[in-house]
Design a protein around this ligand. Structure first.
Ligand SMILES: Cc1ncc(COP(=O)(O)O)c(C=O)c1O
Length: 374
């Protein structure tokens, strides 16, 4: 039996005729860039994310960079974030000329530990960039309080957390801006790249709208240096179709996750994902922790691959130890929780169409791989 990490084909098959119609209608309109479909999708997404504004851009990475620029992050400013994330989070900071300042994670949620942030705030700190990793919300209240006390912006990386809720509120609506990714493997995946900035701040929304389109409000009149970073009409048409199914898909993911966790609770040495109180986790990824060692995790992964079960390590190396950030001067041991988590996490197949029989087979395989490595 082959079990993929995500099954985009199964999802496409379930909505094929709706997608075909949506694509055909854009092609027949011949309006491909910044037209009525993007506009309609933006207002649907603002409503979905409980924000006043939503602006489509070319990727989640661009969403982060444009949101930071629109929040007046300047060269030399410091932005506090987590080292346990995809490179795009820190890359967006660096591409603004600002400096990522890392803070270790809470080992239960893998998200930035709010109790360790204040000590890293300096006169140059201008923003905090929490990442709602795997679909679990960051503990935002203490971060929002710190931001208030020190007059900092909060830009949420919601690339893995569309639909996630913290204390009943959607992530992306909690800070100054939220950044979404429509990378195909995300809960709302485009058929290519795409991203979005959601915000309640009219100034940030307007700046992002200008930045994504060469810095202009009116065509050919440029007010600031900008980018070509637009979400196109074809992607917006596809995403509008998928948005209608999103809540159902998220509920299915949550059901799969609780079935997995029920099985893993009976296997020694496997930590299923912890879900914090007040969290509505959307399980963009279902990530377990293999408690013993990196070699145990790696052997389990090899064993599963040999059985036809795809897995992934999000992510193998903490950002503070990446070659690209060597000049920042971090060293092994600086963020022990993050470093240990990188050695022990393993993400398993997760998609709304994943059958319970497959989940049982995966749990069985993990159980036997554990026995094998002892
Ligand atoms: C946490 C995180 N931030 C940012 C991004 C960047 O999004 P994109 O791939 O759409 O540029 C991703 C997605 O890959 C992500 O997982």
């Amino acid at each position: 039996m082959k079990i993929p990490l995500v099954d985009l084909k199964a999802q496409h098959d379930s909505i094929k005729s709706e997608i075909d119609n949506a694509i055909r209608s854009v092609i027949e309109s011949t309006q491909f860039i910044l037209g009525p479909v993007v506009e309609a999708f933006e207002s649907e997404m603002a409503a979905y994310c409980q924000t006043k504004f939503a602006t489509g851009v070319a990727s989640g990475t661009d969403a982060l960079q444009l949101a930071l620029l629109a929040s007046n992050i300047q060269p030399g400013d410091e932005v506090i974030t987590t080292p346990f994330t995809f490179i795009a989070t820190a890359e967006a900071i660096t591409q603004c000329g600002a400096v990522p300042v890392f803070v270790d994670i809470d080992p239960r949620t893998y998200n930035i530990d709010p109790t360790k942030i204040e000590i890293r705030i300096t006169e140059r700190t201008k923003a905090i960039l929490p990442v709602h990793l795997y679909g679990q919300p960051v503990d935002m209240d203490p971060i929002l309080q710190l931001a208030k006390n020190y007059n900092l912006k909060v830009i949420e990386d919601c690339a893995q957390a569309l639909g996630t809720k913290y204390k009943g509120k959607k992530t992306g609506s909690l800070g100054d801006a939220g950044c979404l990714s429509f990378f195909p493997s995300k809960v709302l995946g485009a058929y290519g790249d795409g991203g979005m900035v959601v915000t309640n701040d009219p100034e940030i929304a307007e700046k992002v709208a200008m930045l994504r389109n060469h810095g202009c409000r009116q065509k050919y009149y440029h007010l600031m240096p900008g980018f070509n970073s637009r979400l196109d009409e074809l992607q917006a048409a596809i995403l509008r179709v998928k948005l209608k199914h999103l809540n159902d898909w998220i509920e299915l993911r949550r059901h799969k996750a609780s079935f997995y966790s029920q099985l893993f609770n009976q296997i020694d040495g496997i930590q299923p994902p912890y879900v914090a109180p007040d969290s509505y986790h959307i399980f963009n990824y279902y990530t377990i922790r293999l408690e013993k060692s990196k070699s145990n995790r790696d052997k389990t992964q090899e064993y599963l691959h040999a059985q036809g079960i795809a897995t992934a390590i999000y992510y193998p190396l903490s950002l503070h130890l990446q070659q690209v950030y060597k000049s920042l001067g971090y060293k092994p041991g600086d963020f022990p929780e993050s470093e240990q988590a990188h050695e022990e996490v393993l993400s398993l197949p997760m998609y709304p169409e994943l059958g319970d029989d497959k989940i049982e087979a995966i749990a069985r395989a993990i159980k036997s791989s554990g026995l094998r490595s002892q």
